[in-house]
Design a binder for this molecule. Structure first.
Ligand SMILES: Cc1cc2nc3c(=O)[nH]c(=O)nc-3n(C[C@H](O)[C@H](O)[C@H](O)COP(=O)(O)OP(=O)(O)OC[C@H]3O[C@@H](n4cnc5c(N)ncnc54)[C@H](O)[C@@H]3O)c2cc1C
Length: 404
């Protein structure tokens, strides 16, 4: 084997990269993390980790670190249809692991986890950007930072550099994407008039929009608005548009009084909601994890849990054998199975909750009464994630095709 500068070189110090670096460095593996940010600021990312991600966090030993980053457990998940309350789920009582949704401010989480990767022995370079990856044996990283350009080798390069992954683009992976125009905008709010123990989820499928609020504790909240770019109501990014964001949430069905004393405490930003993914996220010494492997539609809130699933599966595979080529292929196969299941189920939810027009209205007129009579027909995104049944029988049950 050709000697390399590191065993593992990880690009990106987000939830994926920092958590994996901590685990591998803590097991004595020579680990480099390259993170382009010098300090983490609000990028408008996920801040509510669904219940099915909680056992992944525990298996990775990061529960205490998330607590130190200010995470709070949110017990209830309340849904509204249009303006009317629909149901309120007690997540601790009804999910298989008896976990609430774990909410945290994303930059605080990143700081805590990357610091802990460094403390575990990872070599962390901040303010350094990867410009290209050369797949092969060994793979190389090209990077640029304050000290100029550098090229380093590793036994394995791991792309954990998010939804616009440079590693993915330069290592030759082919990216697939869903073809729908859903967008998600978000802003950090202070002073919303909603309780701290409940995620609020206002769905308005007749117009293909939704408004969500995740409490972060201490009177701070992450608010999101989901909408179609084909039917853009207003500009949804830039600090001058925070009022338009609130107006759009209220028009979607969120009570106006929630936002009466709201102050935007961070940037307003919008992103495409369509999934992007690669089949088999491993080739020639380069593995992809987290959003770089598959960015799932934020409207369903599975990205953080899916990211930790990737980290846990890859960590276990790498620590189990010295044949890292075989380990990375095994991870990629497993990833395709659980991400594929999630994607399948979320495509059903998309049809029901975001498609507009007469055929979509007719579908809802048939499905909603059957879901109300028998809630077990619905997939359990919060509690089970990819383990919720996703076969043909589950699809037929969800769409109530067994009921005339
Ligand atoms: C608007 C929005 C709302 C969301 N809401 C939810 C939610 O409610 N629940 C949920 O579970 N998920 C949600 N998600 C998804 C969640 O945020 C992601 O799945 C998760 O952050 C992915 O983590 P990651 O570490 O893979 O990527 P990232 O968090 O994007 O981290 C990538 C890191 O790589 C660094 N980087 C990038 N390029 C380079 C480079 N060339 N060189 C060096 N470093 C680089 C970046 O600076 C960053 O630190 C949401 C996403 C969006 C966009």
């Amino acid at each position: 084997m050709t000697p390399s500068d590191y065993d593992v070189a990880i690009v990106g110090g987000g939830l994926a990269g920092a958590t994996l670096a901590r685990a591998l460095a803590g097991s004595g593996i020579r680990t480099l993390v390259v993170e382009r940010a010098l300090a983490f600021k609000d990028r408008v990312r996920g801040e509510g980790m669904l219940s099915w991600g909680r056992p992944e966090a525990t298996a990775l030993g990061i529960d205490g670190l998330l607590d130190s980053a200010g995470a709070i457990e949110v017990r209830y998940w309340k849904r509204y249809l249009g303006g009317a309350p629909r149901d309120c789920r007690d997540l601790i009582a009804t999910t298989p692991g008896h976990h609430g949704c774990l909410d945290f401010y994303h930059p605080a989480m990143q700081r805590q986890l990357l610091d802990s990767a460094e403390a575990a022995g990872a070599d962390v370079r901040r303010g350094v950007e990867i410009t290209a990856v050369e797949a092969g044996t060994p793979p190389y990283l090209r990077m640029r930072g304050a000290h100029g350009e550098e090229r380093i080798s590793a036994r394995l390069v791991i792309g954990a550099d998010g939804r616009a992954s440079k590693v993915r683009a330069t290592a030759g992976f082919t990216v697939d994407r869903d073809q729908h125009p859903l967008m998600i905008a978000g802003v950090l709010h202070e002073g919303l008039y909603v309780p701290d123990d409940t995620v609020q989820y206002v769905q308005n499928p007749a117009v293909g929009r939704a408004a969500l609020v995740f409490p972060l504790g201490k009177q701070r909240f992450r608010s999101y608005f989901v909408y179609s770019s084909a039917n853009t109501p207003r500009t949804m990014s830039g600090s001058g548009h925070a009022g338009d964001f609130v107006t759009s949430c209220v028009e979607t069905g969120a009570p106006r009084e929630w936002y009466e004393k709201a102050e935007a405490a961070g940037p307003l930003a919008a992103y495409p909601g369509a999934d992007t993914w690669v089949e088999h996220p491993y080739r020639d010494g380069v593995v992809l994890i987290g959003d770089a492997a598959a960015a799932s539609n934020p409207a369903w809130g599975c990205g953080l849990a899916l990211t930790l699933r990737d980290v846990r599966v890859l960590r276990d595979r790498l620590l189990a054998t010295n044949d890292w080529d075989a380990a990375a292929h095994a991870y990629a196969r497993e990833h395709d199975a659980y991400y594929g299941a999630l994607h399948r189920v979320q495509s059903w939810l998309m049809l029901l909750m975001y498609e507009t027009g007469p055929a979509a209205d007719a579908r809802r007129a048939h499905v909603f009464p059957n879901l109300a009579k028998d809630p077990g027909r619905a997939p359990d995104m919060q509690g089970l994630g990819p383990e919720t049944p996703s076969d043909e029988a589950a699809r037929r049950r969800f769409f109530a095709e067994d009921v005339v």
